[in-house]
Write a protein that binds this ligand. Structure first.
Ligand SMILES: Cc1cc2nc3c(=O)[nH]c(=O)nc-3n(C[C@H](O)[C@H](O)[C@H](O)COP(=O)(O)O)c2cc1C
Length: 389
């Protein structure tokens, strides 16, 4: 059987066969198992004709370098690295005002409220074993300075910034020939990363799993396209099959960036219980919460998220919120309540019913879109634009 054909300008720009990018996905499940998009998944997507992207956010610089080497041992195709470059980390610790122990920044009443929430859910409060303090951050992006040095030294084909603005890194990335992709959730940030030098802007709708904004994909994509033309736009959020891919191309996006679709792939580094919860989820089973990271994140819902949201407790900035919930996450694990841990996933979870190899997911998406665009639409829709005369 012949391979399906589906080419857009994204294929030429990134040197790939199909206009589908694996979203760079970092850790879930309280960081228990590391990032979701590791070498096997990234390489599988690249080998199948898409662009695999390592979710580098949860990797130390050394482990990131090892992961890059692993992908290179599994594929000779282009691949990318995604990192988070948040501007506000540990409540502004970027300015160098971070106390020696950032836990001092956590209000005692917030911890007390969290303990009560755990007790109400029948969880015994246990203190997590002491963990090394996060190193002070020079750009406010956590380890991002050191991680970015790895991306630059390794001359990665594609760099994706999941949060924040890559501006300060653009000259060195471009000098390496690295293509820069930046994720945004609104027009304002699309213009900002375009001005910074992004080669491709991913417009990510609120449907998306993980950190997400407020605007839906169908409304966001055309507005971003118009705002930053001629910079190319890739659509994200709620796209998991040929229908979503065809719709994104019809809107004028040159490709798609997909997370949830690949979360349930065989190669995803995601605990089996978490995959099963996504496969069992309906369209209504996700919630946006600040519980796990301090930023708005779409997750498969659970009683802890519901209790947190009902409590009205104000979330702390990214980084501090992670420290705040460290003991809570540990207590949930000790109580065998993995169902209460972070399980980031998008609204399209309800469409997913089986775990499959990433190559099969990619193939069906591309083949489905090609079928819609080349056969189904012309066969079922009669259309002609007004003539110029
Ligand atoms: C489990 C999970 C982890 C994620 N981690 C990251 C990350 O580390 N960096 C990033 O840029 N985006 C991350 N995202 C968001 C994705 O990049 C992507 O924008 C989103 O999954 C697209 O929407 P979809 O899930 O509907 O396909 C994550 C998403 C999920 C589901």
């Amino acid at each position: 059987m012949s391979r399906p054909v589906l080419r857009t300008p994204l294929c030429d720009l990134l040197g790939i066969e199909y206009p589908v990018i694996l979203a760079g996905m970092g850790p879930v499940a309280g960081g228990l198992t590391g990032p979701v998009a590791t070498a096997p998944l990234a390489a599988a997507v690249s080998n199948a004709g898409g662009l695999g992207v390592i979710g580098g956010a949860g990797f130390s610089p050394d482990t990131l370098r090892e992961e890059i080497a692993k992908v290179r041992s599994l594929t000779d195709k282009p691949f990318g690295v995604d990192l988070l470059l948040p501007s506000n980390y540990m409540g502004g610790a970027a300015s160098g005002e971070m106390p020696r122990d950032p836990r001092e920044l956590i209000p005692a009443e917030t911890t007390a409220a969290l303990k009560k929430m755990a007790t109400d859910l029948g969880i015994d409060w246990k203190e997590a074993p002491a963990r090394p303090q996060p190193a002070p951050r020079r750009t406010g992006g956590g380890m991002s300075d050191e991680q970015m040095e790895v991306v630059i030294e390794e001359k990665i084909a594609v760099f994706a910034s999941g949060l924040g603005n890559p501006a300060q890194w653009v000259p060195r990335l471009k000098a390496n020939g690295t293509k820069i992709i930046s994720l945004v959730g609104n027009v304002k940030n699309a213009k900002r990363v375009r001005d910074a030098g992004a080669d491709v802007v991913v417009a990510q709708g609120t449907e998306a799993g993980g950190h997400t904004g407020r605007i839906a994909t169908l409304a966001l994509v055309p507005q971003v396209i118009d705002a930053i033309a001629p910079t190319p736009v890739v659509a994200a959020g709620g796209i998991a099959d040929g229908r979503g891919l065809a719709a994104a191309l019809a809107m004028g996006a040159i490709g798609v960036w997909c997370g949830t679709a690949f979360l349930v792939s065989d190669e995803a580094n995601q605990p089996e219980t978490q995959k099963q919860r996504i496969l069992a989820a309906t369209d209504e089973d996700t919630r946006v919460t600040r519980l796990y990271s301090g930023k708005t994140m779409r997750n498969i819902t659970n009683p802890l998220i519901e209790a947190w949201d009902a409590s009205g407790i104000a979330a702390l900035p990214m980084g501090l919120q992670g420290l705040l919930i460290q003991d809570l996450v540990y207590s949930c694990r000790q109580a065998g309540r993995e169902d209460l841990l972070m399980n980031a996933a998008g609204q399209i979870s309800g469409l997913l019913t089986e775990s499959r190899p990433a190559a099969a997911i990619l193939h069906d998406m591309v083949n489905g879109a090609a079928d819609i665009l080349a056969r189904k639409l012309p066969a079922t829709i009669t259309a002609a634009p007004e003539s110029a005369a």
